[in-house]
Design a protein around this ligand. Structure first.
Ligand code: SF4
Length: 341
């Protein structure tokens, strides 16, 4: 559990750069609290005890899931990156949150692992200036890895806590200097450069993007559901089919009011969950979804008899008989990368 007083707060993604930023400050005797932001797209709260132990850090999880989903729904002011990653707005959001927490921990300034020129969208000099300005942290944000390449914020110089000459002057996409620092700080598990973000991943973005188009508005729970199983859409209607027992268990954990749960009544097979974003599903669509999910059961495919599917909405359950072998045209389509306006 973090103590109440730190010299600085860090944006800690768990990637190497954010870890090195913390280490650079610790090596100068500063007390650092790493803020680990979590959302459906990044962050692993459960790994915090491990990171605290192996890296000798104090870390605090900060859930920004709903604010992040609101940001995506509104549309990021500075646009998306290659996929659904709104990197500039994301950094602004995190830094604003972090800045608001400074007094809580009597901290003097913020640090981040950003490196000048490392990433095309958010770490160009102009983008880094925009982030600093829009987040209102011009006075308080130090980026230690590029410390001797960037202007030093007043809160840092006035604090007299940091020997600025000892800060690195890293610039560009190379990793050599970061790996040298990792050795110098004897980091046992060298993490990947970034902390891993599903919004910068093409497959995850393809899963997420229909939510921004078909749901008004999507919720945190919807993005959690988009991470599970096989995904299908029919217009605004959404069907998720488990691929294995782990998916089926997760689907049951994610069931919400008004969701439709499809389950084979007599045979082993996948579980499916239909979400009703805007309007109730038609009877035909429910039957089509039941038949479609039954085609993923090998046992149901082999039997000559119709498959019986339990279809439940809240407390109400009915049995529908379908023919999994029927070669009917299906309206259920895999998600494609939607154009987000
Ligand atoms: S990659 Fe993801 S977590 Fe990192 S800045 Fe971009 S949107 Fe934010």
């Amino acid at each position: 559990m973090p103590s109440n007083s730190y010299h600085c707060l860090a944006l800690y993604s768990s990637g190497l750069d954010s870890l090195l930023a913390c280490k650079l400050m610790q090596s100068q005797g500063l007390r650092v609290l790493g803020l680990h932001f979590t959302s459906p797209f990044f962050g692993s709260k459960e790994k915090i005890p491990h990171w605290e132990q192996i890296h000798n850090l104090d870390l605090l999880p900060v859930d920004i899931g709903q604010e992040y989903v609101d940001l995506l729904t509104r549309g990021p002011a500075w646009g998306f990156g290659k996929y659904l990653n709104p990197c500039i707005d994301c950094k602004i959001l995190m830094l604003k949150k972090a800045a608001a927490m400074l007094p809580m921990f009597e901290a003097r300034f913020l640090i981040s692992g950003e490196v000048l020129g490392q990433r095309p969208m958010s770490q160009r000099r102009d983008a880094m200036n925009i982030i600093r300005r829009e987040a209102g942290v011009k006075e308080t944000l130090l980026r230690p890895l590029s410390g001797r390449k960037l202007s030093i914020p007043p809160a840092v110089s006035e604090s007299n806590l940091v020997d600025l000459d000892r800060l690195p002057a890293i610039q560009g996409r190379g990793r050599k200097e970061q790996l040298r620092l990792a050795r110098e700080f004897q980091i046992q598990e060298v993490p990947t450069p970034a902390g891993g973000c599903l919004l910068a991943d093409p497959e995850s973005s393809r899963r997420f993007s229909p939510l921004l188009v078909h749901m008004a508005p999507p919720r945190v729970e919807d993005f959690e559901l988009a991470k599970v199983g096989r995904q299908y859409w029919s217009g605004d209607n959404w069907l998720v089919i488990g691929r294995n027992q782990e998916d089926n268990t997760r689907l049951m954990e994610l069931v919400q009011k008004d969701d439709i749960v499809f389950k084979l009544a007599d045979l082993p097979g996948p579980l499916a969950l239909g979400r009703q974003p805007a309007r109730k599903w038609s009877r035909e669509l429910i039957i089509e979804a039941a038949r479609f999910m039954s085609t993923f059961s090998t046992k149901a495919q082999k039997t000559k008899n119709p498959a019986r599917i339990k279809v439940g909405v809240d407390e109400q359950v009915e049995i529908i008989s379908v023919d999994p072998a029927q070669s009917a045209e299906s309206s259920w389509q895999e998600p494609r990368m939607e154009v987000i306006r």
